[in-house]
Design a protein around this ligand. Sequence first.
Ligand code: G6P
Length: 400
Amino acid sequence: DQIMKGGYEHYMQKEIHEQPEAITQSMRGRVKQQKSAEGNPYLQQRIKLGGLVETRGNPYLQQRIKLGGLVETRDTIRRSRRIMFVACGTSYHAALAARQTVEEMVEVPVVLELASDLLDRCCPIFRDDTCVFVSQSGETADTLRALEYAKARGALCVGITNTVGSAISRATHCGIHQNAGYEIGVASTKAYTSQIICITMMALALAEDSISKRERRDAIIDELGALPDKMRSFMQVQDVAMKELAAQLKDSNSLLFFARGNNYATALEAALKCKEVALIHSEGILAGEMKHGPLALVDEHLPIVVVATRDSMYNKMESVIQQLLARSARLIILCTAGDATMQEYAKRSDCQLIEVPGTVEPLQPILNIVPLQLLAYHMTVLRGHNVDQPRNLAKSVTVT
Ligand code: G6P
């Protein structure tokens, strides 16, 4: 057991720290970093027509994402009437974190379904739907049942799992293996960030032929390459900082996480970690809904983590911070490293900052969740609870 934990005290701790490596493995052989086709023997450019450079659709210049498991079905997915992600727990949050990227890249309506709810509602599914089943274990009973249900209705079924040979990977028509390595801690950590990577790669691969999206796609792909090092660069510092913050928050009765945009998933996932392992009541709140109820909870005691990294939601989140501070809220702001505006708020209002490196918007949730996983981990240890096997929970829920 100690050898398996590789020097860490708990699997969850090990798996949080393994994330730079796990996401690297998920991308290995699938993301091509060099953009230019120079040196490519197949590309002996003997005719140069400047006016056609952008439009001739050279496959060597475009194919930067290779997902072997989707080669056969790519066109069918792109032509589907909608893409439906189906999952439970953390895997559902991963789909939520990446939904916007799929919508932006593929321009097909994207819906998300919790597997149990899809079944409860007998949700309509059609032959021209693509259903993507996201499951770390590949064995979750509800997700598997939903897969059988969708298959019987003729939908194209895609699997994203971390377990080769699992029931879901066998029953789907095609899919992507996460390759994140075994995850043992009941609370999912590295599988989550790796799932976001896989869904993002899928979105990029499906948009590969789109010239209008090329620039954006290249920007995301470039950042995918930089991501593991960015994550590594702040892991140790954050580990120490989150241990200190955990000591301050460990006796709270409740903890809220406010965010919007694709970081809504960050808020939900952080709250889930607090519930699952630290056994603290916690909620992730879509900041756009703040005035429709949650604001009534705000006082000077309840700790609130606000996710306000520099992205398209930044201005709206700054306004959320101002409104919360006007009600004397006890804030912890998760922001982009070196953000002077946020540092000013922290100084003036005595709130704490969690600083994370910046990246492109679709990938920001992958960095943002890391300190919050560490926070939940340290609170659990300080509260004396079982980290790797929280009470009443199982790693894989194989009964409905
Ligand atoms: C359980 C685990 C969670 C996981 C969920 C879905 O509740 O404790 O960590 O997110 O199942 O599992 P799956 O294997 O389908 O991703």
